[in-house]
Design a protein around this ligand. Structure first.
Ligand SMILES: [Zn+2]
Length: 328
């Protein structure tokens, strides 16, 4: 299964969402942009339309002083996603995520629970097929999300964001956190966000061994390295070593081929739920879908360099132009 994510970064790049706050007000301000992006990702091979409610929870809206738009934003995001899913024959997913107020055994636990309750409740009313609970760096917070989703009798996909130390903030390994999420009732467990293909891949084998349910892998399409394993850790030497996250990651962007290689390697490890997180473009999504053996509508336009004027070999390509190719 392929699930395209990365709506925040794409809407930000297009000028419809503010970096920093990263609240998806675009859902209310420009619903046509969100609907169009859902359609583009389905065209490129996503089997799921994920309602754009990431960071659309009460805690985030409190930070920007707009709690009054909480419910309309969630309901509208679910309506847009459901409409596109129905029209394209894909699944629709609700979404909850890291609240950024969670602390283990802390007083904020009640606020976290109620934020999940609200969003999962609206998703259930909208008739979603399942709920994605994502980008958790606390295993404990993810378990609260699973509890809420199970209570609503919906399937749960749970993914963790692993920061540069390679552990979760409550000191469990990613594999241990996934195992706990599965035991709590999650139907799919795995990783999303933060890490690029190169630094996410080594974490997937141990997860596959630790659980028996399907495993998910949705990296960010950035060239993270062992020295800089997360997108937040990336430093741009061309800009005096400045932090590239979140608005100057462009020079680190992976090619579609790197995403394709990642998808094939992950499939080989037994990962069954693939996607791409922050930074994903439709060309990345298509590459992952094709690596998984799918032929989405966008495959009609997949590259065929045999027809290129200099680099091609198809009949009708001038030999003298082909000879000039090395001079380009
Ligand atoms: Zn992400």
């Amino acid at each position: 299964m392929v699930c395209a994510e990365g709506y925040l970064f794409e809407c930000e790049r297009r000028g419809y969402l503010q970096a920093g706050a990263f609240v998806p007000e675009v859902v209310l301000d420009h619903p046509e942009v969100v609907e169009g992006l859902h359609r583009e990702f389905v065209h490129a091979g996503s089997d799921v339309v994920e309602a754009f409610t990431y960071y659309g929870h009460r805690e985030k809206l409190r930070v920007i002083g707009k709690e009054d738009i909480l419910e309309p934003l969630n309901r509208q995001a679910l309506d847009i996603a459901t409409k596109v899913a129905r029209e394209t024959g894909t699944m629709v997913a609700g979404n909850v995520c890291n609240t950024n107020v969670y602390e283990p055994r802390g007083p904020a636990e009640r606020a976290v629970r109620s934020a999940f309750d609200e969003q999962v409740g609206w998703a259930a009313e909208a008739g979603v097929d399942f709920v994605i609970a994502e980008t958790f760096s606390w295993a404990g917070e993810a378990l609260l999300a699973v509890e809420t989703i199970r209570a609503a009798a919906l399937p749960a996909v749970v993914t963790f964001a692993v920061h540069r130390e390679g552990t979760l903030r409550d000191a469990k390994s990613p594999a241990e956190a996934c195992r706990q999420a599965e035991q709590a009732g999650a139907d799919v467990v795995g990783l999303n966000c933060s890490r690029g293909p190169r630094t996410m891949l080594p974490l997937l084998g141990p997860i596959r061994e630790a659980v028996s349910c399907p495993v998910a892998a949705l990296p960010v399409p950035y060239r993270t390295t062992e020295a800089e394993p997360s997108m937040q850790a990336l430093r741009d030497s061309a800009r005096g070593g400045a932090q590239a996250f979140p608005t100057a990651l462009d020079p680190f962007t992976c090619t579609r081929h790197e995403l394709s290689d990642f998808a094939m390697a992950a499939l080989e490890l037994g990962v069954g739920y693939l996607g791409i997180c922050c930074g994903a473009g439709p060309h990345h999504v298509r590459a992952v879908a094709e690596a998984a053996g799918k032929k989405p509508p966008a495959s009609r336009y997949s590259p065929d360099m045999s027809k290129h004027s200099f680099l091609g070999s198809a009949p009708g390509i001038s030999q003298s132009y082909r000879d000039y190719a090395t001079h380009l």
